[in-house]
Design a protein. Structure first.
Length: 296
């Protein structure tokens, strides 16, 4: 006899859990289903033997105000999505708050995931997740501040106190989707720099070390004829605050730069223009690393 749940049983559990949430949190500012179509599809699927599996996951937001004396103003928002196999698999949850730095948000979400993995597999767990956030999330707001003021005795710098700039070289970058990914991911990870499509393709990203690593791990998974990190710069951040990060940046945003070589087939870039652009940003020495020649 199999203990595996059927898709329909999973869907039924999802519906009853959503009903429970809406009765416990009747106000939109506490709980709101952001994808009503997916919810309707899920209900239809549960009620009709012949219905197809829903085409998209139910998504909703739970807002939580922690009970902490000095954190009365803080609100945490849990953006949630239920995979079709939930509760057999874990829900997808991202906790956000305007008071969390990028590093603190990553830390908090990874701890929440660990908690759910250890305590909640196979059971409906949205309430447990919400409780955990309510009890623990506020502590992450000053986590990094307290740890960086204590001088770390070990020689290894924690990765969030490092500012990194990656110079990535690709045989070519033409594909529109890849170009969109590069821009979108950089934005999501608060990275600045530039992307020069064409042949060769050059991408520069700068920001927190952990964000650069995440960007590189996503980009290299795409299919490339050849892609590599040509050069990497790491700078220790004193105190690691937002202002310190901004001070290290040589680029203000991440933009696509097209230095079209006139009369060429539109995809070979004018490297003289690239050199002048890098020179203007104080990165002229990089040109030589890429192309092995002095710029002019």
């Amino acid at each position: 006899e199999t203990t595996e749940m059927t898709n329909r049983e999973e869907a039924e559990i999802q519906i009853s859990e959503l009903d429970l949430l809406s009765s416990m949190f009747p106000y939109e500012e506490e709980f709101i289903v952001t994808d009503q179509v997916a919810l309707a599809e899920l209900k239809h699927y549960v009620e009709n033997e012949s219905a197809d599996m829903p085409s998209s996951k139910v998504q909703f937001i739970l807002n939580v105000k922690p009970e902490v004396s000095n954190a009365s103003m803080v609100e945490f928002s849990m953006a949630c999505a239920l995979p079709f196999k939930y509760p057999t698999v874990l829900p997808e949850i991202t906790v956000r708050s305007s008071l969390l730095s990028r590093a603190q948000q990553i830390h908090l979400n990874s701890d929440l995931k660990t908690y759910l993995t250890e305590n909640c597999s196979g059971e409906p767990c949205m309430l447990s997740a919400r409780e955990w956030v309510k009890d623990h999330a506020a502590a992450y707001i000053d986590k990094e501040l307290s740890s960086s003021s204590v001088t770390t005795s070990n020689a290894t710098q924690s990765e969030d106190s490092m500012f990194t700039r990656l110079w990535i070289y690709s045989h070519h970058i033409y594909n529109k989707q890849k170009r969109k990914n590069i821009i979108d991911w950089a934005k999501e990870l608060s990275l600045s720099g530039f992307c020069m499509p064409g042949k060769p393709g050059v991408v520069c990203v700068e920001g927190l070390q952990s964000s650069c690593e995440e960007f590189w791990s996503r980009v290299r998974k795409l299919t490339w004829k050849r892609i590599l990190i040509r050069h990497r710069e790491d700078v220790s951040l004193e105190g690691g605050g937002h202002a310190e990060i901004q001070k290290q940046r040589k680029f203000s945003t991440l933009e696509e730069k097209c230095f079209d070589a006139h009369g060429a087939r539109g995809n070979h870039m004018d490297l003289g223009q690239l050199y002048r652009f890098l020179e203007e940003k104080g990165c002229a020495d990089i040109f030589q690393m890429y192309f092995g020649v002095e710029g002019h």
